[in-house]
Design a protein around this ligand. Sequence first.
Ligand code: DX5
Ligand code: ZN
Length: 222
Amino acid sequence: MKPTISPSILNCDIADLNGELEKIRNADFAHVDIMDNHFVPNLTWGLPVVEAVVRRNILPVDCHLMIEDPDRWAPGYAEAGAASVTFHAEAAKAPLRLANEIRKQGAKVGLGLRPDTDIHNYVDLLEAFDMILVMTVEPGFGGQPFLESQMPKIRRVREAARSRDLDIAIQVDGGVNRETITIAAEAGADVFVAGSAVFRAEDAYQEVEELRRIATETMHAH
Ligand code: DX5
Ligand code: ZN
């Protein structure tokens, strides 16, 4: 298993989005956080920015929708060309139907879980998803500390996937850096989102390399 590195552009220099994407061209995805000021107390951007990033064609887009009513809005992000679309379990009215619709549009589909959301109600639905996003901060802002309390949730998903022979990715988002990436990889995560760790580093490209190196080492040791 190889790690996937998906830097979050939430706190990059938006005025030079193209330059920022070029800096992380060695990553696997660009993680784009969509916030609507209802599901989370912060507002970012929507479809036009995703379309612009897709058009530049530097990296595939990994959309993280922190919005209400994803049933209504999420398929549009897949249609816009996002490679992966993750919506939140707490916001979706019909997660299975929505997952199918996103797949029909040709994108991978992820299910996001806030830190206080139990995986229990969703273990039986894993087949419908390509990825489970375990949030390791309360969604809404970058730069918060990593919640190690979420590791049992990662382990639980990894065990369920193994026992049912499912090819499912486990994404971890929030407070991921050179130290915490090891903890998440040990627990069974394989897709790593890092915002401030990458964009506040002196050299974003090198930081992506370093995170990938550390995650690869940890995953091989386990
Ligand atoms: C937070 C977002 C994250 C955020 C991560 O709600 O989902 O993607 O950008 O930022 P860091 O890595 O700084 O915690
Ligand atoms: Zn995110």
